[in-house]
Design a protein around this ligand. Sequence first.
Ligand code: ZN
Length: 186
Amino acid sequence: MKLPIVAYGDPVLKKVCKNVEQTYPDLKQLISDMFDTMYAASGVGLAAPQIGVPIRLFIVDTGADEDGKEGFKKVFINAEIVDESGVEWAFNEGCLSIPDIREDVMRKPNILIKYFDEDWNIHHDKITGMPARVIQHEYDHIEGKLFTDKLSLLRKRMLQSKLDNISKGNVHTEYKMRFPKKKKKR
Ligand code: ZN
């Protein structure tokens, strides 16, 4: 089932998310709904706060590459980035919660991450390149951070009216969203 994606400005996107308990009700269903939601929005990653649930859960699927080689698809529960290394590189990032805005963001290329998968198996993985980039972006979400928080003050000021318009729902997306400052129709 597809769920609406929470837009920029909603306080849930600013929350440091809580750990997921093994007894969390209907977790597999929630994960399945998140994949439906992400694919429908053509995203490569989605974090639980983006559907309004402030728990430490995110999913990633970078999709198949041009050669048809299978993409990087994983579920991350209670993830912890243990280490980041290498020379920071820029990539033009976007976010399903911040439609129509893309900005260069600097991040380190290698990460060491500890997490549980959807069957509660623990993993310690070294991940590099684009999958690491997507994980860092989603990991920021469960820490209550957005990529716009990483921009210079000047850059953010230049984007402010666009960001305000997103909060108010003055933006067009192919997927369903929930806007924090949208005026209710009477
Ligand atoms: Zn995002």
